[in-house]
Every structure is written in structure tokens, then in C-alpha cells.
Design a protein around this ligand. Structure first.
Ligand code: MN
Length: 508
């Protein structure tokens, strides 16, 4: 998949009316065309904008929104009121619109032409007037949307649209997302579990179980030559000890077996059209050796980099969320990964959390070329096990998770500062090290109060704005933990949300 955004478009609909005469609508249309061309030519928007004309009546609004619903390429609709567009004419259309909505409050001309402005000009250029009327009906109808205010040629305005577009693409992608679970949840674990039926209604993705025996049907069909070729790719792409290439060693055999596992997993995911998967280390091996001989950690690492969602221990919510993060993150520089909060490091203001697990960290976040190594791993399958070892980049990022609170899903987002990790000579796994904002005490405290997982979908490139847009589109609760968070205010927010979601049944 070279550019996931190429398959999508966002529609642009300009609100107008016929009160000011046909000439006015022609001018509105020309301005809108120029604006849409300008948006596309800015080079700042990942998804193509398609101008769908002016909407001048209830029938026209309804027609264009219905068409948007039915067009698979259309992942969102931008509306803009160049003139006044009486908002009752938007009611029927808005009642039906299923695609994400962005209301762009901008104006064709940047500044008031003080010396020449007359009443005709003002009637044509009255976004300040028309966009308020449109905003009112959206609010009255409780329509979830993003409101972007700013001049359409300005970088900041374009950036806000671009963020929303990436989220729209991630959202569209998740509407036909299939997550395959190899094995069930890890026994007794609460936070990774949840209501799969509600998740499909609310977030779009579907979760299926796949028995290990079916995976093994693919495993046994993998050709040795393909495995040899993949092993050669590993040796080419990753640092490694020269001795690892010695075919007579157990370590080489383990790398070879890991490559075969990767090919089998990719083959079954492709055959099923799945966009993500989960594993459970308690459910990966069979005593007769007919299944994987080691945890397929290397496969999980590489498949994540390719865009497959992954969640450990049967965590299908994280698998789905990581896939969405990967889509939104496309083309951005620093990368994303599934991560697990593991070990605390108390060090005053620099107190941090080591993000590591057994093996499954995505190499997209590596700060150096990953190193292919084979070491013993006794959890799950006790075996010498291939993996990519690296530490991760420094800088700010966001960690996100979705938990099921019984009556609703809650998206929890924490802004974190990734810092340089020290060497871990006795723990040869991939890792990251971060300080949750505003600091470990408040950040981790708020996360725990919100009921957050020890699993997150992390990105250096996304910001809380992406998640705000995502939560708005999905209609799920979102809480943000960042440099402004205090525990008393955060507790208040959780309590208020409890009431809000109890009363607002449509969102529960
Ligand atoms: Mn875990």
C-alpha cells in the first residue's frame, strides 16, 4: 500500500440560496471552485478535495449528502457558507449524513476591501453571517463535527483540515476492518476484553476468532525458497552478528522458522482480508511441534510496520486502534507502534515508564537500525526466539487506548515525552522510555483513574487534535492527559462525563 489516501476523497459543498439571484450563485460557484483548487494545490492536504457545487435548497442538500453516504471514496464532507444559507434547508440532509463533517468557517477574500465594498459585495461575502446560521442548526441537531476557523490559504487552517482528513481516512479504513484473533484473551485479564458487538456498532471494525489449526494450513504451504528469500531480506535490512548467518546453528534455524511464521501469518491475513490480528502467548504452541516453535514476535514487529494492527494477549481493541493510528500516520516522519507500559523508573521530575514487553514493538519507532538477535524467551513457548532489538526516538508523542466501561467506550490519550533510554544488556528487546505529561505522578495517576490499559497505540507524529477528531466522529468519550492536567480537575471531568453519558443514551 503506497499511499492509503489516494483511494479517498473529501467532498466540498458550498451553501447558498437563490435570494440574491442567479448571478450571485454563479459567483459563489466560481469562488468555491477557485478555493477547492487552491486547497488541492496547496500540497498540504493528504486527501483530494472534490467540489460538489452549491446547495441552494433542501432538496439539493439532501441529494448531495445522500450521494456522499453512498460513495465509498468519499470519507468526509466539508461545508462552507459563502453567502447566507437559511439553515432549515439543511435539516433533512443533516439528518441523513453518515460521513464525517467539517464546517469550514472561512471567507473567499482575506481582507475587507474598504474603499470599494458595496452592498452587492457584502451580500456575496457574508460567511460570518451564513456560517453562524449553519452552525446553529448543527448544534441544535446535535450534529458531531469539526469546526475550523481561518483563512483558507493559511498554513494553520490547512493543517487543521489535513488532520481531520487523516482521521477521516482512518475512520473509513476501520469501517471495513477485520481483526483476527489467534487465541482468545489472556485468561482473567479485564482491560483487554470488552463488548465486540458494541465495538462494531460504534467504531466499525469486526473481530473474528481463527483456530490455530487453520493458521497451520497456511504454515505448511509456505515454500522453503520463500523462507530463504525472507531470511536474506532480514540479513540485508538489519544489523546482526555474522555468526547468525551460519546455517548449521540453532540460531539460524530459529530465524528461518521465524521467517516462515511471518509468511504464514501474512498469507492468512491476506486471504481473509484482515487488517490486524492478536496473539496470545498461552495459545501458540503444540507439544508435537506442529505449530510455531517460538512466539512469532519478529513477525508481529514486521507486520505492524507494514500496517497490520497488532494487540498482544488477545487485545483486539488495541489491534484495531493501532491499525487506525498507522493509517493516520502515513507519510509522517517519526512513526508509530503498539506499546506496553512495563517498568517504572523513579527519578524525580525525570521519572519515566519503560515501554517494552517481550518482543512486540514496531520498528517504525526505532532510533537506529534494528538489530536481529536470537535469545531465549521462557514465556509462552520456552525457546530461543528471533526478535528485532532497538531503542526508540526521542521527542513528544501521544499514547492512546480505548477501554470498555460497561455502558460506553472511553478513549484515553496521554501526551508523553520520549527520552533517551539506557542500554539494557540483559534485556535484549525493543523498547521506548517516556515521561507521561505533565509528569509521572499526575500522568500515570490520571491514566489509572481513567481506567486505562497497560497497552497503548503510540505515535510521535499524531497529536491530541487527531484524537479529538476521532472521538467526535466515533461519538465516544475522550479524556486527554497533558501538561495542563491536574488530578482534582481530571477527577471532576470523569465524574461529569459519567453523568453526561448516563443522560445521553444515544452515545452509550
Ligand atoms: Mn500485555
Amino acid at each position: 500500500m503506497n499511499n492509503v489516501f489516494d483511494q479517498y476523497e473529501v467532498w466540498f459543498v458550498t451553501g447558498a440560496q437563490l435570494l440574491y439571484g442567479g448571478d450571485a450563485v454563479i459567483a459563489v460557484d466560481a469562488h468555491s471552485n477557485e478555493m477547492v483548487n487552491g486547497l488541492n494545490e496547496s500540497g498540504k492536504l493528504p486527501v483530494k478535495v472534490v467540489y460538489k457545487g452549491t446547495a441552494n435548497s433542501s432538496k439539493e442538500v439532501e441529494a448531495v449528502f445522500k450521494a456522499a453516504n453512498n460513495d465509498d471514496k468519499c470519507v468526509g464532507v466539508i461545508t462552507w457558507m459563502h453567502t447566507f444559507s437559511p439553515a432549515k434547508m439543511w435539516i433533512h440532509g443533516l439528518q441523513q449524513l453518515k460521513k464525517p463533517l467539517l464546517h469550514l468557517h472561512t471567507q473567499f477574500n482575506k481582507e475587507i476591501p474598504w474603499d470599494t465594498m458595496d452592498m452587492d459585495f457584502m451580500n456575496l461575502n457574508q460567511s460570518a453571517h451564513g456560517d453562524r446560521e449553519f452552525g446553529h442548526i448543527c448544534t441544535r441537531m446535535r450534529i458531531r463535527r469539526k469546526v475550523v476557523v481561518g483563512y483558507w490559504k493559511e498554513e494553520e487552517t490547512l493543517h487543521k483540515i489535513a488532520v481531520w482528513m487523516r482521521v477521516c481516512a482512518g475512520w473509513a479504513d476501520s469501517q471495513d476492518m477485520l481483526i483476527i484473533r489467534f487465541g482468545d484473551q489472556m485468561n482473567n485479564v479485564a482491560v483487554t476484553d470488552g463488548d465486540k458487538v458494541e465495538a462494531e456498532q460504534r467504531m466499525g471494525y469486526h473481530v473474528d476468532y481463527c483456530p490455530a489449526s487453520e493458521l497451520m494450513e497456511y504454515h505448511k504451504d509456505i515454500k522453503n525458497a520463500d523462507v530463504d528469500a525472507l531470511v536474506a531480506t532480514y540479513f540485508n535490512d538489519y544489523d546482526h552478528d555474522a555468526s547468525l548467518e551460519d546455517k548449521s546453528t540453532e540460531a539460524y534455524q530459529k530465524v528461518w522458522n521465524a521467517a516462515k511464521a511471518e509468511l504464514a501469518l501474512r498469507a492468512i491475513l491476506k486471504a481473509k482480508g484482515a487488517k490486524g490480528f492478536t496473539t496470545n502467548f498461552d495459545d501458540l504452541g503444540q507439544t508435537d511441534g506442529s505449530y510455531f516453535d517460538q512466539i512469532p514476535g519478529l513477525a508481529s514487529q514486521r507486520l505492524m510496520a507494514e500496517g497490520y494492527g497488532f494487540g498482544a494477549e488477545g487485545d483486539w481493541k488495541s489491534a484495531a486502534l493501532y491499525r487506525t493510528v498507522w493509517v493516520m500516520n502515513q507519510g509522517l516522519p517519526k512513526g508509530c507502534s503498539f506499546l506496553e507500559d512495563y517498568t517504572l523508573h523513579f527519578d524525580g521530575e525525570k521519572s519515566a515508564i519503560l515501554q517494552a514487553h517481550m518482543l512486540e514493538v514496531c520498528p517504525l519507532i526505532a532510533e537506529q537500525k534494528p538489530r536481529l538477535e536470537v535469545h531465549r524467551l521462557s514465556i509462552g513457548i520456552d525457546s530461543e526466539t528471533a526478535r528485532l532489538v532497538f531503542t526508540s526516538k526521542q521527542g513528544e508523542g501521544v499514547a492512546a487506548t480505548v477501554v470498555d466501561l460497561g455502558n460506553r467506550f472511553r478513549l484515553i490519550v496521554n501526551v508523553v515525552d520520549c527520552i533517551k533510554s539506557k542500554k539494557l544488556p540483559k534485556l535484549p528487546v525493543a523498547s521506548a522510555l517516556w515521561i507521561p505529561q505533565p509528569n509521572l505522578e499526575v500522568g500515570a495517576g490520571a491514566w489509572i483513574l481513567a481506567g486505562g490499559t497497560h497497552h497503548t497505540s503510540f505515535s510521535y507524529d499524531l497529536t491530541t487534535e487527531y484524537w479529538e477528531d476521532y472521538a467526535e466522529i466515533a461519538g465516544i468519550e475522550m479524556v486527554v492527559i497533558d501538561k495542563n492536567t491536574t488530578i482534582p480537575e481530571f477527577k471532576k471531568e470523569l465524574r461529569m462525563n459519567e453523568v453526561y453519558y448516563m443522560l445521553n443514551k444515544a452515545l452509550c
